[in-house]
Design a protein around this ligand. Structure first.
Ligand code: ADP
Ligand code: MG
Length: 427
């Protein structure tokens, strides 16, 4: 009798869950995942693991497919390949994770190549592979896209030169930390989210002791929003050339100061000698490199050399580059490729031409390149980012509107270090 009641209760509970599931899924996705999605996924993963790993070639046969019997070679399909050993999937917020042991001869990349197949088999949004120690990988499944409507972190405490600009796919905040990665390269088609990211960055840097410089060859259209907080804004190529030449001189002054004081970086200088960090923001970098006439060729050459010089010396002397572009291909000349090599931080929004994504990510990670090419038009502000640890990650910037950016620039205008335009020195 007792057992029958237990069964009846269980049946009613399952029926109630089945009825409530669709509503729960849309209204309380986290609750839905814990109660229904996760248990079902665990059953699915356990039931399909062998078949899945066999299909994608990660299960290996105990014996080779060829066998020598006397002097006869027998060929055939091996019986029951052995799948990689796997832990029970553990629940995590908005997803699950499991650890798998690699077979001898396998590397984490062997799993990484099949993340899409695994995500389909598990019916989750995406699967990411994280190498953990020797011989193991962690498979992290995301039940849905955590960037579709990210919760925006509120930041009130500022770490010097660190800007919290959005959310990462793994739930952590996305920070552009100029101490850890001194220079950044940001690409994306029009309307993909570049300016919004720059606005988020400026919004966080504005309250800090930083000199911000803008180079925006679309007549200063984009960066003029921040003008009250910019120490200088160059709206055309010749003024950009002059500004960069003076900034190189400033960086060289810092070098002399450091040498005289016997220290290795601007940070180590005595307080009264220390200069404010410089952040140079370039929007639409391609315009800097386009040339038609011979005269322009010289100008471009000079700009290119100066950008490279700042990139090379900047890390220790507190001069940072944030370079954004819409279409940045190797056709712009060797200067761009050389500059890219100096820009360790990469952010790739949706792009129209594969060449630009290749330029931003191709030299670091092929998988990141594939992930960037999957960003859709609707996913504004979503990007594939490579930062301090060299691993790629999907991210989404905080939606900072132009009005907000303008307001912040005005609010902190009094913190703007004054830059003497003619002499190129701080007053
Ligand atoms: N992180 C984001 N979240 C939501 N919407 C965004 C985000 N980033 C950008 N957008 C939207 O996309 C539009 C274009 O963004 P913008 O930064 O101006 O692109 P770009 O500078 O690449 O042309 C913005 O007006 C904004 O509405
Ligand atoms: Mg823009």
């Amino acid at each position: 009798m007792g057992v029958q009641i237990l069964w009846a209760v269980l049946l009613v509970a399952v029926a109630a869950l089945a009825i409530a599931a669709p509503g729960l899924r849309s209204n309380r996705p986290d609750a839905w995942w814990c109660l229904i999605g996760y248990p079902l996924s665990v059953i699915r993963i356990l039931a399909t693991w062998r078949r899945l790993t066999t299909t994608i070639g990660l299960a290996v046969p105990r014996r080779p497919a060829r066998l020598l019997v006397g002097s006869v070679v027998l060929k055939g399909d091996p019986l029951r390949p052995i799948p990689p050993r796997r832990s029970l999937p553990r629940l995590r917020q908005g997803g699950l994770e499991a650890t798998a042991r690699l077979h001898p001869g396998q590397v984490p990349d062997d799993f990484a190549r099949f993340t899409e197949a695994i995500a389909h088999a598990w019916r989750v949004f995406a699967v990411r592979i994280v190498p953990v120690g020797r011989g193991h990988v962690r498979l992290v499944a995301l039940a849905w896209d955590p960037l579709a409507s990210p919760k925006v972190p509120r930041v009130t405490q500022y770490e010097p030169l660190r800007a919290v600009v959005g959310r990462r796919e793994d739930g952590a905040v996305w920070a552009i930390d100029l101490h850890l990665v001194p220079h950044w390269f940001v690409v994306g088609a029009t309307q993909s989210g570049k300016s919004t990211l720059i606005a988020a960055l400026v919004k966080q840097l504005a309250p800090q002791r930083v000199a911000l410089f803008g180079i925006d060859l679309k007549g200063g259209l984009e960066l003029s929003l921040f003008e009250p907080r910019l120490s200088a804004l160059a709206p055309d190529r010749s003024s950009a050339g002059r500004l960069l030449a003076r900034l190189v001189a400033e960086v060289e002054t810092r070098m002399v100061l450091c040498r005289k004081a016997g220290v290795r970086s601007n940070k180590d200088l005595p307080k009264q000698l220390r200069r404010p960090p410089i952040v140079i923001i370039v929007d639409e970098v391609a315009e800097l490199y386009l040339m038609a006439t011979r005269e322009e060729k010289n100008e471009v050459g000079e700009i290119s050399t100066n950008l490279l010089r700042i990139a090379q010396l900047g890390a220790a002397l507190d001069a940072h580059l944030v370079i954004a572009g819409q279409r940045v291909g190797s056709d712009l000349g060797p200067g761009v490729t050389a500059l890219r090599a100096q820009l360790g931080g990469r952010v790739c929004h949706r792009v129209n031409d594969p060449g630009t994504a290749e330029m931003a990510l191709g030299d670091l990670s092929k998988e990141a390149l594939v992930a960037a090419q999957q960003i859709t038009t609707a996913e504004r502000g979503v990007a594939v980012t490579i930062g301090e640890d060299g691993r790629w990650m999907r991210t989404r910037s905080i939606h900072v509107t132009p009005e907000e950016a303008r307001r912040v620039a005005k609010k902190y205008a009094h913190l703007t270090p004054v830059w003497h335009e003619e002499e190129g020195t701080y007053l």
